[in-house]
Ligand binder design. Structure first.
Ligand code: ATP
Length: 266
């Protein structure tokens, strides 16, 4: 599908189209890689610049949270990772970078397709009740307790034909299937990086993305079940706190603060 669109990605076409000052510079493009995040974490350890992008047409071992697999046929998706060195953020605010990325994906999808996905706490994007994209955040804190690097890994279903991945056909969605036409991966990437750079610069000036991010969360006010490392809890997803943790109102009236977990609507 992407070939019909003239949507061949390469480092040259990406860099020529970028409208950013530093995000995506440099860009490392791979036809195939094991995992863009694994490759970028290695580059980060070697001292790579903030803004470095690793993007691939195909990942042999794309990862989600807790080592879950991210699946995508070659050339069907945006599969990339970005390196940030937010020395201005304390480690407990690392989630701000993930929030800025989620909002930038919404900006780009709206700009390029006119579609309006929502956010599923903590790190997914949904469209028509199905999973459109996932963001995986990995980070390293230095011995002085400062954020050394954050690597954001993004998988965004652009032109995926889920008949090729029947195991995901009921839970996942691709932009092309809702837009009813192929969507340019390059146009989406360029827009996404533009908005993410803009939003990251806002973080640098002390702006918190939490309110805007929370406005797009789909499950607030609803009865949910949350599986977290501390156990499984049901209640009303009442709100999120300043750092993005979910505040769950339990049936006995107590409020629980959950940092990470899997949410399902009841
Ligand atoms: P959940 O989807 O239950 O919220 P999660 O947020 O932990 O889980 P991720 O870590 O973002 O999920 O991604 C891994 C999961 O996403 C896999 O277990 C699989 O169910 C699903 N998945 C894998 N590839 C895709 C894809 N291309 N589109 C949508 N979902 C996918």
């Amino acid at each position: 599908m992407s070939e019909a669109l003239g949507d061949d990605l390469s480092a040259e076409t990406i860099v020529a189209a970028l409208t950013t000052r530093w995000l995506g510079r440099p860009t490392h493009f791979r036809r195939v890689t094991i995992s863009t995040s694994d490759e970028l974490k290695h580059l980060a350890a070697l001292g790579a610049n903030e803004g470095t992008l690793v993007i691939a047409d195909e990942q042999l071992c794309g990862r989600g949270r807790m080592e879950r697999r991210w699946l995508a046929p070659a050339r069907s998706s945006l599969l990339f990772s970005l390196l940030f060195r937010p020395t201005f953020l304390s480690p407990d605010r690392a989630q701000f970078v993930t929030m800025a990325c989620a909002l930038a994906i919404l900006d780009a999808v709206r700009e390029v397709t006119g579609l309006q996905p929502g956010l599923k706490w903590p790190n997914d994007l949904q469209l028509h009740g199905r999973k459109l994209a996932g963001i995986l955040t990995e980070l390293e804190v230095s011995t002085e307790g400062k954020l050394d690097w954050i690597v954001l890994g993004v998988g965004l279903n652009v032109n995926v034909d889920f008949r090729e991945l029947p195991e995901l056909a009921d839970t996942a969605v691709s932009l092309s299937s809702v837009a009813k036409h192929p969507v340019s991966r390059l146009a989406l990437l360029v827009s996404l990086l533009f908005h993410l750079e803009r939003r990251y610069e806002m973080l640098r000036t002390g702006h918190s993305p939490t309110c805007e991010w929370a406005e797009h969360l789909l499950s607030l006010g609803q009865e949910v079940t949350v599986k977290s490392p501390e156990g499984t809890f049901s209640g009303v997803a009442e709100a999120v706190d300043e750092l993005g943790a979910l505040l769950l109102r339990l049936p006995d009236g107590r409020c629980m603060c959950i940092l990470a977990g899997d949410v399902t609507l009841r």
